[in-house]
Design a binder for this molecule. Structure first.
Ligand code: PHE
Length: 343
């Protein structure tokens, strides 16, 4: 029996350590130490041996069993490592250029912000500095000091929201003219970008929009200076285009004009043009020479200084620049629209 056991052990070691697959290894485990395996059956037969032999044989058999289990375990881990190595060798090399599983989207500037930034940069280049004023404004700055007293019919064009009279939401950036001039003696050369409010809502009007005001005051400033600056500005924003100054009315400028730019779509022909409604021209803002009464309000002498002012709606500029039809789309925050402006 002892010799037989030696034989079983060496045979098991041989077979197990050279088992080529995990399946074969499992077959060998069942064969030797499974419920009906060779070694298990021998253990069962121990009870038939005489008592003195039983003890010695028991210890011996157990020893063999432990040894066989040890080699089984060893071979098991060898085969596992071999499997892993094969898998790694056959797997495609890791491709670091593949897109990740999770992506983060990058934000971008709102088209209105972009247009305003561009506008500001263009104007800074010719010496205009940026001034700001409050959006919650006093009637005095928004109307009164701009030569628009109470009951003036021009107030109807700029119907705004009242917090509690005389406090209102500014209906244009022109009150910054007053604040700036009250703060500083001429010469003055500034732009005032910001939000303004009006009680309007349709395809081309929203209750909150953005304007940039321009103001230049010095001795001998003329309408020619105004034209020169606007030509320069439009050239920077859209490329050189003819401008047209249509006589108009604002209480705080005299003379006043609406500025039209030659249509960027039909180039002035007006033929079947949806953009300019076949007029050949696009209105881009209001302007004029600062009214003497405005100078008087801020303590400037209208006989000594003169100046021009203009105001432009940024939504209007952005709509023309990017071909957007509906002003409301700027504020709906639809990513399909906004993502077109990411850079
Ligand atoms: N404030 C005027 C408006 O909002 C525009 C304007 C500004 C006109 C400056 C003339 C001079 O309609």
């Amino acid at each position: 029996m002892n010799e037989n056991l030696d034989h079983i052990l060496s045979e098991a070691k041989n077979h197990v350590s050279s088992a080529p697959t995990k399946e074969e290894l499992e077959r060998l485990r069942v064969h030797y130490v499974g419920k009906k395996g060779v070694i298990t059956s021998l253990l069962h037969q121990l009870k038939d041996l005489p008592a003195e032999k039983r003890k010695e044989m028991g210890a011996r058999l157990n020893d063999v069993k432990v040894n066989v289990e040890k080699v089984l375990k060893l071979r098991q881990s060898e085969l596992s490592r071999k499997d892993l190595e094969e898998q790694l060798a056959n797997a495609p090399a890791l491709d670091l250029t593949l897109p990740g599983q999770y992506s983060t989207s990058t934000g971008s500037l709102h088209p209105i912000t972009r247009v305003m930034e561009e506008f500001i940069q263009i104007m800074k280049r010719i010496g205009f500095s940026v001034a700001t004023g409050p959006e919650v404004e006093l009637d005095y700055y928004n109307f009164e000091a701009l030569n628009t007293p109470e009951h003036h019919p021009a107030r109807d064009m700029q119907d705004t929201f009242y917090i509690e009279p005389p406090i209102l939401l500014r209906s244009h950036t022109s009150p910054v003219q007053i604040r700036a001039m009250k703060n500083k003696k001429p010469p003055l050369q500034l732009i005032a970008p910001g939000k303004v409010y009006r009680a309007d809502y349709d395809m081309t009007h929203v209750p909150m929009f953005h304007q940039i005001e321009g103001l230049m005051v010095d001795e001998h400033i003329s309408f020619a200076d105004l034209k020169g600056v606007l030509h320069y500005l439009v050239k920077g924003l859209f490329g050189a285009r003819p401008l047209r100054f249509r006589p108009s009315y604002f209480p705080f400028t005299e003379p006043s004009a609406e500025v039209d730019m030659q249509c960027i779509s039909c180039r002035g022909s007006g033929r079947d043009c949806r953009v300019c409604k076949s007029t050949g021209w696009l209105e881009i803002g209001g302007c004029g020479m600062v009214h003497p009464n405005v100078f008087r309000h801020v303590g400037y002498d209208p006989d000594k200084v003169s100046g021009f002012a203009f105001g432009m709606g940024m939504e209007r500029i952005a709509m023309l620049k990017y071909g957007i039809d509906d002003i409301r789309s700027f504020f709906e925050n639809d990513l399909r629209m906004l993502e077109q402006f990411s850079c």
